[in-house]
Design a binder for this molecule. Structure first.
Ligand code: PEP
Ligand code: MG
Length: 325
């Protein structure tokens, strides 16, 4: 199987009925970069910048951050990289960044909340990213956004850094794209505003699922208790797709479900055309979509998702579809 998947890396990810799909990979360290070519991913849909912070014993300095980002961009070459700003707190512990013990760290002082409260930290990272991307495209996204206003505040900090760098004669990125991760259910009721506020949206389905189901993703007692392929969650994802289409905002999804062939199939069926996953998942997911009649799936999956009468779970529906088509 491994060999079969390797052989697919130069094959275009196009469904049997001719629809193109964008398959990107998730990464977090420079050692992940060779996987770009090996896996055949079209780019890095999620670069977890907190990894550098988590493996360091002291806070990485601005030039260390810049060096990493520059190397990542250089090694990625023509393939786009989406950098996520620091997502620390919650399950992502940074030992030297001592914050008070929290009773519910997943709901606590983390990600963009922490970044906005420690603007020096975020500005340092933004400066490192801007400098590393001088003359090329910079795509960045903010994690754990709850309110649109957080995006405005983050964008102001970005603009300040841009002005600062240009005042000192630094070359700026050729193009900038500013995105948000959709991980907090609160955004589901302000999708139109969200889509207007950013250049792209990436669904963090691990956290979105955790918060929708009120299930700690790291607690093995409950983590697998509910099915991400259940109707309510898929309906939420479908609403996101519809809002993105209405606004013409590029949409992608970078949680674990993108890397499992059956759930990836569900994502395509509800309208996602771009997903980002662990590099090892690219082969199996591509193999699935090459034989997929997406038009046919789309029609029947949307019906299955809204069908409340059916005794079949959506997972059963998808398994049957995969077996018979
Ligand atoms: C997610 O929440 O789905 C995600 C991609 O981010 P992380 O797993 O790093 O929280
Ligand atoms: Mg997340």
């Amino acid at each position: 199987r491994q060999e079969q998947f390797r052989a697919l890396r130069t094959v275009e990810p196009r469904t049997r009925d001719g629809q193109d799909v964008n398959l990107q990979m998730n990464a977090g360290l420079l050692v992940d970069l060779p996987q770009l070519v090996e896996s055949g991913a079209s780019g890095i849909g999620l670069f977890r910048t907190e990894l550098q912070f988590m493996i360091a014993s002291t806070m990485p300095k601005v030039d260390e951050q810049e060096k990493l980002y520059r190397n990542v961009l250089r090694q990625a070459g023509d393939r786009p990289v989406t950098f996520r700003t620091l997502d620390i707190g919650g399950d992502k512990v940074v030992p030297y960044f001592r914050s008070a013990e929290e009773e519910n760290p997943a709901l606590g002082w983390r990600a963009i909340r922490l970044s906005l409260d420690r603007p020096g930290l975020l500005r340092t990272q933004l400066r490192a990213l801007l400098k590393a991307a001088a003359g090329v495209e910079l795509k960045l996204m903010l994690p754990m956004v709850t309110e649109i206003n957080e995006l405005r505040l983050a964008r102001e900090l970005l603009n300040k850094e841009v002005r600062h760098l240009s005042r000192f004669g630094h070359q700026l990125p050729r193009k900038m794209q500013f995105g948000a991760m959709l991980e907090v259910p609160n955004l589901l009721w302000q999708l139109d505003e969200l889509m207007e506020a950013v250049d792209f949206v990436s669904v963090g389905s691990n956290d979105l699922f955790q918060f929708m189901m009120a299930v700690d993703r790291g607690n093995s007692r409950v983590a697998d208790r509910f099915d991400p392929l259940s109707r309510p969650f898929l309906r939420a994802l479908r609403q996101i797709v519809e809002a993105a289409e209405r606004a013409g905002t590029p949409l992608t999804l970078c949680g674990e479900i993108a890397g499992k062939p059956l759930s990836a199939m569900a994502l395509l069926g509800i309208g996602f055309r771009s997903i980002s996953m662990a590099p090892a998942a690219i082969g199996p997911v591509k193999s699935m979509l090459l034989s997929l009649d997406l038009g046919k799936l789309e029609e029947s999956l949307l019906a299955a998702i809204s069908d409340t009468e059916s005794g079949k779970t959506v997972r059963e529906f998808l398994t049957d579809f995969a077996d018979t088509n």
